[in-house]
Ligand binder design. Structure first.
Ligand SMILES: Cc1ncc(COP(=O)(O)O)c(C=O)c1O
Length: 402
């Protein structure tokens, strides 16, 4: 019996990283569920192998900070889902993002980001990378269109920004980056390869918080960087040097999540569209931000860069009547909910909400938050995989309390 690599995205989700795909297993009858190589160090029989392990061959294992077969199985599976040559896993999304940025940037180089990016990525860049002499610009798409500032080495964006779901024109950004000799790095956490394959749209590297849709069950923290070997290896080098490696147990759980990614995403997306259309018709909702609504300012861009729909994330504004009004409305809304939980994360099978002004984007100045449209009454909704009617019924209870 031969084991061909599966063709479809769905079969790759289910089968990649299991059975004979597990690196280092070498068994004639491998387990269908991949084993967890719970080892910090490996028995290396020759100096030749020892040398190769330390000259960055990701499939010779010596020490789990540098590489582990369970982690490698996950890396190879995600590389396949993104249509990439290689991937490297890290202990969190931030571990992957920081490894990538540190591998690409040196003192004096410039990093340009689109304005609307995940708050902790902004904190990493503004508070920490800036101290290393890396020059920073956060620019609106119109400003980027006018050309990247001199010395730009990296252009960083998210296909759907957190939290207001602004879609980024990835092919255009790739063109602008290429013309300036810069790399385009894309955080595809909200979209996953089910909705968007940034490398096919011109990106150089993709990063993920696997804590979100890849894991999907709120029980792990993990991250990945995906792309050509020539760019993944330097990021892996930083990850190994700083020690932000992913543990085997977490890699295994992430892999388990991947096996249902395609099914979960289909329901997240279906619910996202139905719930957003319902919210947009509610008198107590001041504005609904969802790229699948024709009214969304980047609906046309989203149509071009996404496949299979517009995702499971929605943001909406509760009405605010003056200072403190948004916060008071949020608290009343939260008090009215019964099924939906408030949690500072997203992408779980269960629907959750969060308050970006108080969590993910807390570290930004009030002016920066205002520029991104993040008021105290902004609700970020992560549609789970319940029936859409369950989510709508609970949102209706919340809105009735506002
Ligand atoms: C878009 C995005 N990128 C990166 C991260 C960071 O991921 P992690 O919490 O796994 O470090 C998050 C976390 O919320 C996120 O939403």
């Amino acid at each position: 019996m031969s084991h061909e690599q599966p063709d479809s995205f769905d079969a790759t989700c289910v089968h990649a990283g299991a059975g004979p795909d597990v690196p280092g297993l070498g068994m004639q009858t491998p387990p269908l569920s991949p084993p967890i190589f719970q080892a910090s160090v490996f028995d290396i029989p020759t100096l030749d192998l020892m040398t190769r392990a330390f000259v960055d061959d990701p499939e010779i294992y010596a020490y789990s900070r540098a590489g582990n077969p369970t982690v490698r199985a996950l890396e190879l599976a995600v590389a396949r889902l993104e249509g990439a040559e290689d991937a490297m896993a890290a202990a969190s999304g931030m571990g992957a993002i920081s490894s990538v940025l540190l591998s690409l940037l040196s003192a004096g180089d410039r990093l340009v980001t689109t304005t609307n990016i995940y708050g902790n990525t902004r904190t990493l860049i503004d508070k920490h990378l800036s101290r290393l002499g890396i020059r920073i610009s956060h620019l609106q798409p119109e400003q980027i269109e006018a050309g990247l500032p001199e010395g730009t080495r990296v252009l960083y964006t998210e296909p759907l920004s957190n939290p207001t779901l602004v879609a980024a024109d990835l092919p255009r950004l790739a063109e602008i980056a290429r013309a300036a000799g810069a790399r385009l790095v894309v955080d595809s956490t909200f979209t996953t390869p089910y909705l968007c394959r940034p490398l096919e749209l011109g990106a150089d590297l993709v990063v993920h918080s696997a804590t979100k849709y890849f894991g999907g069950h709120g029980d792990l923290i993990a991250g990945l960087a995906v792309g050509p070997k020539a760019l993944v290896e330097p990021a892996r080098g930083v990850m190994r040097a700083v020690g932000s490696n992913l543990a085997p147990q977490e890699a295994w759980l992430t892999q388990r999540g991947l096996r249902t990614l395609h099914l979960r995403m289909a329901r997240h997306v279906e619910n996202g569209q139905v719930v957003a259309e319902w919210l947009a018709g509610q008198p107590k909702v001041a504005a609904t931000h969802y790229p699948g609504l024709a009214s969304h300012p980047t609906h046309a861009v989203a149509q071009r860069i996404l496949q299979h729909g517009y995702g499971g994330m929605i943001a909406f504004d509760l009405p605010s009547d003056g200072p403190g009004g948004g916060r008071a409305a949020f608290e009343r809304f939260l008090g009215g909910l019964s099924m939906i939980r408030m949690a500072p994360s997203l992408a779980d099978v269960g629907t959750t909400i969060s308050a970006p002004a108080f969590t993910s984007h807390r570290g930004l100045s009030p002016e920066d938050r205002a520029a991104q449209g993040i008021g105290e009454g902004l609700v970020r909704l992560s549609c789970g995989i319940e029936a859409a009617g369950d989510i709508i019924a609970d949102l209706a209870r919340g809105l009735a309390a506002v």
